[in-house]
Design a binder for this molecule. Sequence first.
Ligand code: NDP
Length: 330
Amino acid sequence: ATEIRLASRPTGRPTPDNFSIVDTEVPDAGPGEVLVRNQFISVDPYMRGRMSAAKSYVAPFEVGKVMQGGAVGEVLESTVDSVRPGDTVVHQYGWRSHAVLAADKVSKVDPGVVPVSTYLGVLGMTGLTAYAGLLDVAKFQAGDVVFVSGAAGAVGSMVGQLAKLKGASRVVGSAGSTEKVKHLTDDLGFDAAFNYKDGPVAEQLEAAAPDGIDVYFDNVGGEHLEAAIAQANLHARFAICGMISIYNATEPPAAPRNMMQIVGKRLTIRGFLVGDHYDLHGQFVSEVAPLVRDGKLRYEETVVEGLRNAPQAFLDLLDGANTGKMLVKL
Ligand code: NDP
């Protein structure tokens, strides 16, 4: 077995030295436990926060200990009746080839209908984040103009497509490369998209959404958030999902500088965590799984092969190497 441990805490941008790759014995399942061979593990932006010691909404990873995160795999051994060898399960013991954990901490999924990797992305945590954030947090309504940042990523690509499918009058996305911008408009049906590296976000957003925006789904923070406040219509709603532009920052962000507009425009700006929205999980799966199956909702995956490449996959995710969900295949 192999596992990835946190070797040291990063300052600013993480490096491969912050991780160690350790070969271990395959563990046995004890009473009430299962042994899972992981097939895919998820690397996610929030893990950058867990590498730091700062208090946050999830406990920091411990230095010298194996890291954690979403994973999907096949049960090899079980000591309980409810989960049997051969079952496919989703759980939180990623960053390792083999996981032993309490049987009540795994969720069985059906490997026959869709690829198992989708349970970490479009039909998993990032999918539910997009669904709950757009519909429940931002209170999306047909006719809204929607702006989403990080639009070519796992969450953002789904937000834009869902808004379109549900009758948005205009969907605008931003992303960090020409190819990603083209993907948004040509493949995913966005009405307009821009590369935030090409020029000031405020100017590019104004050109892409000249009549203003009613919903902003924020994955990025900083300059994007400032631009969205500037372009917001009266009573616009913001779902604040993440702020990846500042995850590696060592200084407080310079933007937004225009927060007083929140008052005059009567904006609703609401942060949220997907973990609070699992009440919507059943509704989410029954609505989104058929859209995925029928090809009405597209999902991309950027798959890196080999557990030993997981640290690099995570570093590349922070640099924008992925289109859609970043995954590691074991
Ligand atoms: P993505 O698939 O979107 O991958 C991260 C992307 O962020 C990269 O591909 C890169 O794309 C972009 N990025 C990196 N640095 C910057 C920067 N400085 N400015 C703008 N964009 C940048 O990841 P996820 O879909 O998993 O997550 C998206 C966001 O949602 C993150 O902020 C994450 O923390 C948050 N999140 C929040 C949850 C919650 O419960 N609130 C749950 C899940 C995710 P590009 O090439 O376009 O720069």
